[in-house]
Design a protein around this ligand. Structure first.
Ligand code: FES
Length: 573
């Protein structure tokens, strides 16, 4: 039933004939608004993660204006509220360290201010999960506005993809196959418009996941950032959120287990970033739902990879949009989705997919010709990863998916950088590179170090992939036979901490197994000798993070932010 103006949350601030009500109204008037503009109308928070140092969100000021137009036209009152702009390129030691901070900021902005609902503006990797986590916990009506991918990169007429082609050409540069001039020319051509990475990295994956969860308008996640359709989509978000507020449509109304299963199925069908697993586990826990890692494996085994997008495939997100975008892709797999799930436009996923189709069967493959038949992502268990590890098989060398080799162990990223290219490093193409202390606490923040570089002397011999194992994450734009998210992490004494040079490690993806071939007794002896490294933080946000972050298989949220225990609305006195 539609709310009355007096039932709006913001009315608690603007409605009462009290001294506080006077104060709240007078300050809006100070901003130049009339009382009828903001009293008894849905107040929409536009949570904007714009920043001058975030090129992925360079167009967000203009888009916020488009959202405002939509809000005004629908009879609402827009207020733009800035939030932490997690910029993947620049934030160190790892942007992941700050995802939970954005989630807290989003939740507390919405809780403490006189707002009735929110349009959440994000896109660059961690901004999507950060904004959604906060909005789920606050549970006001909310709609997600994905920033959109940037245009294809260009170098001598050749399409360049964010991240993926940097790794590829850097490897060639290290092998001496690319000149300095060519490398410099690429630098000017790879990122040539606002928008997030246009490969199927974490940004494109998480915005697609947001759409599959029902958090965006249909088709919103695939529109390139500079496209005029993106402006109109922003306006539509503004218009729709006002209706959602009157209807009382909240995240808890549509974020069911089935919605999360849709998100996993879409993640698999697009050959999505391995990071999505951590974020989805965290989002689900905010909804009070438990997503076990095995669920990803089960769904992965029955969902084919259909999106022929780098790093798993050949094309880029601009091509994906022209080929039909996410709605086109989802229309290829209706039997693998729960079509009766509700979405923010008030219709079901199935209703939203009516009429959606694919325009290019090479970019979005038909079921009869998938890029990978199934199992694009696998979850591994074994004595090296008792709580699980992840491998993106669609981006790995198939020949290495069953492999046993001796470990070459680095106890930190700095250790690896210092020794990897040393002539005397005992390493062959059969070795297994192991990186320790790069997990949630050890990194800290699980930096994207999981695609360890190939040692130079092997590159020159023509080696382009090796088995690599770590408790780190990997950029969604990366590729290679990289076992990631090993849990528990080495910093807290997980078995990865006990691996030594020369230990044989057996990877068997078809059996979903990751083992170190060392006896139990020897591992116990090593455990007794093991000394935990000390935390880098004695104060500040880093210390809070270190103390309260959960492990990778639990989503790396703060333990006190999980769950659905109610938090009281603020008292207004
Ligand atoms: Fe922003 Fe890749 S750097 S999405």
């Amino acid at each position: 039933m539609k709310k009355t103006p007096e039932q709006l949350r913001s009315f608690r601030w603007f409605g009462p004939a009290t001294m506080r009500g006077f104060s709240h109204r007078s300050r809006m008037k100070q901003l130049g608004y009339r009382q009828e503009d903001f009293t008894g109308r849905p107040v929409v928070a536009i949570i904007n993660t714009w920043s001058e140092i975030n090129p992925c969100h360079g167009h967000f000021r203009e888009r916020a204006e488009a959202v405002k137009k939509g809000v005004w036209q629908a009879g609402g009152f827009p207020v733009e509220i800035p939030a932490l702009s997690i910029t993947e390129t620049y934030m160190k030691p790892s942007p992941m360290l700050y995802r939970n901070l954005l989630a807290m900021e989003t939740e507390e902005n919405l809780r403490s201010l006189p707002v009735d609902g929110a349009v959440l503006m994000g896109g660059c990797d961690k901004t999507t999960p950060g904004l959604l986590m906060g909005a789920i916990s606050m549970n006001l009506p909310a709609i997600y506005l994905p920033g959109g991918p940037m245009l294809r990169g260009n170098w001598k007429g050749q399409a360049l993809g964010s991240g993926t082609d940097i790794w590829k050409f850097w490897t060639e540069r290290c092998a001496g196959a690319i000149s300095e001039q060519e490398w410099n020319d690429m630098e000017g051509g790879i990122a040539r418009s606002p928008g997030f990475c246009m490969t199927m990295g974490t940004a494109s994956t998480m915005t697609a996941v947001a759409e599959a969860l029902g958090f965006t308008l249909p088709g919103a996640s695939s529109i390139p950032a500079p496209d005029s359709n993106h402006v109109r989509m922003a306006m539509n978000c503004g218009q729709r959120i006002v209706e959602m507020i009157w209807e009382g449509l909240r995240p808890s109304s549509f974020l069911t287990m089935e919605a999360y299963e849709n998100a996993i199925a879409v993640d698999m069908a697009i050959g999505g970033s391995s990071n999505a697993i951590i974020h989805l586990v965290a989002l689900a826990r905010r909804s009070g739902l438990h997503l076990a890692l095995n669920r990803f494996d089960e769904i992965s085994r029955r969902v084919p990879v259909l999106a022929n997008i780098r790093p798993s495939g050949k094309f880029l997100m601009e091509d994906f949009y022209y080929a039909g975008g996410l709605t086109g892709l989802m229309a290829e797999i209706p039997d693998l989705l729960h079509l009766d799930c509700l979405t923010v436009n008030g219709r079901t996923l199935g209703e939203n997919l009516k009429g959606a189709s694919v325009n290019d069967a090479d970019v979005i493959r038909p079921r009869s010709n998938p890029l990978v038949a199934s199992g694009g992502t696998a979850i591994l268990y074994g004595n090296l990863a008792p709580d699980g590890a992840v491998i993106k098989t669609s981006a790995a060398d198939a020949r290495l998916l069953v492999h046993t080799g001796p470990a070459v162990v680095f106890n930190s990223y700095a250790d690896m950088e210092a020794r990897l290219d040393c002539e005397d490093l005992e390493v062959t193409a059969d070795s297994v590179l192991v990186l320790q202390n790069a997990g949630p606490r050890g990194g800290p923040g699980m930096p994207e170090w999981g695609m360890l570089p190939i040692p130079k002397k092997l590159l020159i011999e023509g080696v382009r992939d090796m088995v690599r194992i770590s408790d780190a994450r990997m950029s969604g734009t990366s590729y290679g036979t990289c076992v990631l998210h090993v849990s528990p992490e080495s910093f807290v004494g997980g078995p990865l901490a006990l691996v030594e040079d020369g230990d044989l490690i057996a990877l068997d993806v078809p059996s979903r197994s990751l083992q170190v071939l060392v006896s139990k007794a020897e591992m116990e002896t090593r455990r007794r000798r093991w000394i935990q490294p000390s935390s880098r933080y004695s104060r500040g946000y880093g210390a809070l993070y270190h103390e309260r972050v959960t492990q990778a298989h639990e989503g790396c949220d703060f333990d006190f932010l999980e769950g659905t225990d109610p938090t009281a609305e603020p008292e207004i006195h």
